[in-house]
Design a protein around this ligand. Structure first.
Ligand code: CP
Length: 305
């Protein structure tokens, strides 16, 4: 594999290789070896046309821990404001010798276009409402590390599935790895063709309370105000009442079940602070695991030794 554009690029064997490599790299990092020489002399460009906290910093940390040179490009403050196209920006970065381009873009499909213009590897760090494959990998890694496996788990993905690239990539990856997935949310925020379009094994529910007692993992999603007309944005109170995870709902989960959220979260809407900060929550762990998983992705794509 040269690029990582979609979770569908990974079959079970490739996905497991990424997770195993991430576990090995996490072990090495925990042994006080903060930097590996693996990607010395290689250049990783972070090309971000959309805001990010976790993904951008995590890819930067991952590349630096592998000794790569890192160039951070943010559309804000660049010549994009003067009308420069994605293609011309990509060719400029190419001329500077990018071995890998990590791209986040508001347009679904932008990483695919980029991959046809540059010689290096392209990693999709989130494109519009389409996909966010490294988020799905770090989520699978977190499930495996907390619950020992992914195959056979029942994962509920709850909230604004319609606009969620995290949901799409997770459905693809988790079903590839043998998990059972149920997406849950208000009918207006679930795509009508979600089942057959993504995976024949996917289930859909509009009733969170009914599904919670049967899950191993509940993954809460943010309602993406920036991708919808204000008049469609649900009231916080009404949304929280039907689809928010609070302490009372958390008690409906089996004892071993974990609570996940990709971040950024809106405390008080899709999740209460009490739940987000509880022992069941893996939210901070997901961020830490993201560095190891992104190290593995860069290592495998760039043929690290
Ligand atoms: N989960 C995630 O993609 O977070 P950021 O938008 O902060 O990168």
């Amino acid at each position: 594999i040269k690029h990582l554009l979609s979770a569908a690029d990974l079959d079970a064997q490739h996905a497991t290789l990424v997770l195993d490599t991430a576990a090995e790299l996490a072990n090495v990092s925990s042994r006080e070896v903060k930097k590996l020489p693996t990607l010395r002399g290689r250049t990783v460009v972070n090309l971000f046309y959309e805001d990010s906290t976790r993904t951008r910093i995590s890819f930067e940390a991952a590349a630096k821990r592998l000794s790569a040179d890192v160039i951070n490009f943010s559309a804000k403050g660049s010549s994009v404001s003067k009308g420069e196209s994605l293609k011309d920006t990509a060719l400029t970065l190419q001329a500077m010798g990018a071995d890998a381009v990590v791209v986040r873009h508001p347009a679904s499909g932008a990483p695919h276009r980029l991959a046809s213009w540059v010689d290096g590897s392209v990693v999709n760090a989130g494109d519009g409402t389409h996909e966010h494959p490294t988020q799905a990998l770090l989520d699978a890694y977190t499930m495996r590390s907390r619950l020992g496996r992914v195959a056979g788990l029942h994962v509920a993905i709850v909230g604004d599935v319609l606009h969620s690239r995290v949901a799409r990539s997770n459905v693809l990856l988790l079903t590839t790895l043998g998990a059972k997935v149920t997406v849950i949310g208000p009918p207006t925020l679930i795509p009508v063709d979600v089942g057959p379009a993504l995976s024949p094994d996917l289930r859909v529910s509009y009733d969170l309370d009914a599904v919670l007692p049967d899950v191993d993992v509940v993954m809460m999603l943010r309602v993406q105000r920036e991708r919808m007309n204000d008049s469609f944005f649900p009231s916080t109170r009404e949304y929280a009442r039907r689809y928010g995870l609070d302490a009372a709902r958390m008690r409906r989960l089996p004892e071993h079940a974990i609570v996940m959220h990709p971040g950024p979260m809106v405390r008080g809407m899709e999740i209460t602070p009490e739940v987000a900060d509880s022992a069941r929550s893996t939210i901070v762990e997901q961020v830490a695991n993201g560095v190891s998983v992104r190290m593995a992705v860069l290592y495998l794509l760039l043929g690290g030794k």
